[in-house]
Design a protein around this ligand. Structure first.
Ligand SMILES: Nc1ncnc2c1ncn2[C@@H]1O[C@H](COP(=O)(O)OP(=O)(O)OP(=O)(O)O)[C@@H](O)[C@H]1O
Ligand SMILES: Nc1nc2c(c(=O)[nH]1)N=C(CO)CN2
Length: 162
């Protein structure tokens, strides 16, 4: 299969989040059909949803030879490997991997919606994504990520100084 460019979001707010996120990126890069091309800085972000600890968030650009549904399954398997237990909606987690963009594909099935339906309203996604893919045009809004981030409230999103 021809290789495709994708963007994913990573998040964690349980356990040793930074170590978990770094090993998730290494695991992704070792997965057949996935190459990690770049990742953003790490951001400490205020939680959206029920009260819970701050998150560490980042985004990564992948080159994949997997179909969208296969890629989603690979992401879910890596979440499980890092002990993700699904509990309350938008509740705390050791690892969350969301598929944001798959080339310029627009898709809606029972298991996968592309682009990710909530990415345009989430500063914790847009700020790291704008760092690594400012010119990527969102295929539904037809705005570049650099434009979308300008309309988001980025007050809860802070680049981590390591
Ligand atoms: N673009 C997508 N990326 C990841 N999961 C998706 C996507 N579109 C649909 N899904 C579905 O959403 C399901 C639930 O995902 P998850 O439990 O990570 O949601 P959440 O992280 O709690 O909330 P949110 O989707 O708002 O980030 C997944 O099992 C998957 O089938
Ligand atoms: N700041 C921040 N808040 C969240 C996040 C996240 O990754 N970052 N993920 C959630 C579940 O998808 C719910 N709330």
């Amino acid at each position: 299969m021809k290789s495709r460019k994708c963007a994913i979001a990573l998040g964690s707010n349980l356990g040793d989040s930074l170590t978990i996120l770094k090993s998730a990126i290494a695991t992704l890069n070792k997965t057949p059909g996935i190459a990690v091309k770049s990742h953003s800085s790490w951001y400490q972000t205020a939680p959206i949803g029920p009260p819970q600890p701050d998150y560490i968030n980042a985004c990564a650009i992948l080159e994949v030879t997997l179909e969208p549904e296969q890629l989603l399954l690979a992401l879910l398997e890596i979440e499980i490997k890092f002990n993700r237990i699904r509990q309350e909606k938008w509740g705390p987690r050791t690892l969350d991997l969301d598929l944001l963009l798959y080339d310029n594909l627009v898709l809606e099935t029972s298991t996968l919606t592309l682009p990710h339906p909530r990415m345009t309203e989430r500063a914790f996604v847009l700020v790291p994504l704008a760092e690594i893919a400012p010119g990527w045009v969102h295929p539904v809004t037809e705005s570049a990520i650099a434009q979308l981030v300008q309309t988001a409230d980025c007050s809860g999103v802070q680049k981590m100084i390591l």
